[in-house]
Design a protein around this ligand. Structure first.
Ligand code: CO8
Length: 261
């Protein structure tokens, strides 16, 4: 695996952990981080040793404190649009990775940081994590998918409240509104994310991938088309060896051994 200057990537037992590593700037996303995330997500998508990806930030203070304001400050309209388009491309790569993804949110997840977590499939937060979209206080709007993914996840009214006020909420409230799947003490955060990843790893891999694809693609369709997509993918899985194994193991009262075939 390629070495990055702003990212750390570890692989162990089928689980990849990607850590954004700019702790002095609270892991803020500058152009270099975005470019490296772009390259890393393309590589991870094809990586046969990574079946679940955990995304986290370095240190105990911040997951990601947003796009790099110092770098963004001097941008003009065209550069701003390019930056947003590129960020959206990168976060869509993450959203559509073939592997399931878990954000382990270890502190501030503000602006682009909250949007990075939103582009993951599942979010677990530490008790000290804080979430917000403070962009309107900087004279801009969320530009890496926040206006879209946040409203789809927590509903437009809550998303509008968070985005219009720029307020920062704690983990407990983030869990209540559905922004977080779970909250744990910081020292248990990566263990908890790994536990969830391990549970996913025990399932039939093609079925997990198909469920991700059905959910993600279905969310962009009307219900009748989305249900047709589900039926199609449901059918396709009956031609896999793992479907035979999963159902045979059930009838034989034993654990299934899946082959990813
Ligand atoms: N960008 C650049 N540097 C940052 C950022 C950031 N987003 N956040 C923190 N830093 C830096 C600080 O400048 C500081 O550096 P230095 O020591 O050199 O001054 C260092 O990190 C430590 O930060 P603080 O001293 O501020 O730490 P505090 O504990 O006092 O405060 C906070 C922590 C509350 C997280 C505070 O740093 C903060 O408010 N940060 C900015 C949060 C924010 O507004 N984020 C949203 C940014 S906008 C965005 O993400 C838009 C995304 C879409 C872009 C679309 C493109 C057009």
């Amino acid at each position: 695996m390629k070495q990055y200057e702003t990212l750390l990537i570890e692989k162990k037992d089928g689980i990849g952990t990607l850590t954004i590593n700019r702790p002095k700037s609270l892991n803020a996303l500058n152009s270099q981080v975005l470019q490296e995330l772009h390259d890393a997500f393309i590589a991870i998508d094809q990586d046969k040793d990574i079946h679940v990806l955990i995304v986290t930030g370095s240190g105990e203070k911040a997951f990601v404190a947003g796009a790099d304001i110092k770098e963004m400050k001097e941008k003009h309209a065209l550069a701003g649009r390019e930056f947003s388009n590129f960020g959206n491309k990168v976060f869509s790569l993450l959203d559509n990775l073939s592997q399931p993804t878990i954000a382990a949110v270890n502190g501030f997840a503000l602006g682009g940081g909250c949007e990075l977590a939103l582009a993951c499939d599942i979010r677990i937060g530490s008790e000290n994590a804080k979430f917000g979209q403070p962009e309107v206080g900087l004279g801009i709007i969320p530009g890496f998918g926040g206006t879209q993914r946040l409203s789809r996840l927590v509903g437009p009214a809550k998303a509008k409240e968070l985005i219009y006020t720029g307020k920062v909420i704690k983990s407990e409230e983030a869990e209540t509104i559905g922004l977080l799947n779970a909250v744990v003490p910081i020292e248990e955060l990566l263990d908890e994310a790994n536990k969830m990843a391990t549970m996913i790893l025990k399932q039939a891999p093609l079925a997990v991938k198909a469920s991700k694809e059905a959910i993600n693609r279905g969310l962009e369709m009307d219900l009748s088309h989305a249900l047709a997509l589900e039926a199609e993918m449901f059918g396709i899985l009956f031609s896999t060896e793992d479907q035979k194994e999963g159902m045979t193991a059930f009838t034989e009262k034993r654990k299934a051994t899946f082959k990813n075939k």
